[in-house]
Design a protein around this ligand. Structure first.
Ligand SMILES: [Zn+2]
Length: 252
């Protein structure tokens, strides 16, 4: 696994999601406001105090506690939630997790690392196991204020009853509101399928492009100020995990 990843050239990595041709990037400057771009894209800021973020509960979006997204994303999600309520009044919809900064992602990573290190032998094996469903700090789409998890974090939930109705609706309609499912079934690399994770394409595709430009070929810059367990073993694969997403999550 490790040696195979080393053999992937950077040019091949970008084939997973060729966002480089997005003309939108050339004409729009993405606002980061009070945060430097390199810090924003690695989640090294506090979303609850960032002026471009909003508490989605205050937008009337059902959610699990105080959760934050960028204002543009919350507006689009509120519109989509209204459409879901209209089409599927019997189905509950809520946001389980939204923006997670470096510290939150690192806390998840270290908790899982500690638990797995009791049974799994090598650092590479521990990292690979965590990476099935969780990103390294500094590489998560949850850093960008564009991505959120809904309802239940299990693929099986979306195969029957209300979960299946909701997933079918999202597959058909989410794109109308700008949303895509990055971690679909059938991709060869990266994180496993996640039917609960949705992303706001108009902004996320731009952030992904800039992340690639800043860190894609220099992954050690991700951990320049702060490390996490196993970082030395796995940071070389950061771009592969960031880019192994569904093509619908790129602006075509
Ligand atoms: Zn997620």
């Amino acid at each position: 696994m490790k040696s195979a990843l080393f053999l992937i050239p950077i040019s091949a990595i970008f084939l997973f999601c060729n966002c480089a041709s997005i003309s939108f990037f050339e004409t729009h400057k993405i606002p980061y406001d009070i945060i430097e771009e390199e810090d924003y894209l690695r989640g090294r800021f506090e979303p609850s105090t960032h002026p471009l973020f909003v508490n989605i509960a205050e937008f009337g979006i059902p959610c699990n506690g105080d959760l934050f997204l960028r204002r543009e994303v919350a507006i689009a999600l509120k519109e989509m939630y209204s459409a879901i309520k209209k089409d599927l009044p019997e189905v509950k919809f809520w946001v389980q997790s939204a923006t997670r900064n470096w510290n939150a992602q690192k806390a998840i990573w270290e908790k899982k690392w500690e638990a797995l290190s009791k049974t799994v032998k090598t650092k590479q094996e521990i990292a690979s196991e965590i990476l099935r469903f969780f990103s390294m700090p500094g590489t998560s789409r949850h850093h960008w204020g564009t991505d959120y998890d809904i309802n239940i974090l299990e693929n099986e939930y979306y195969t029957n009853k209300d979960g299946a109705k909701l997933y079918k609706w999202l597959k058909k309609n989410a794109a109308t509101f700008g949303f895509c499912q990055p971690y679909t079934a059938g991709r060869k690399d990266g994180h496993n399928e996640e039917r609960w994770h949705w992303s706001y394409v108009p902004l996320a595709a731009q952030f992904q492009k800039r992340w690639n430009e800043l860190f894609g070929s220099e992954p050690n810059k991700i951990i320049a100020e702060e490390q996490f367990s196993g970082a030395d073993e796995i940071i070389h694969s950061a771009a592969m995990y960031v880019n192994a997403i569904d093509k619908k999550c790129c602006i075509q």
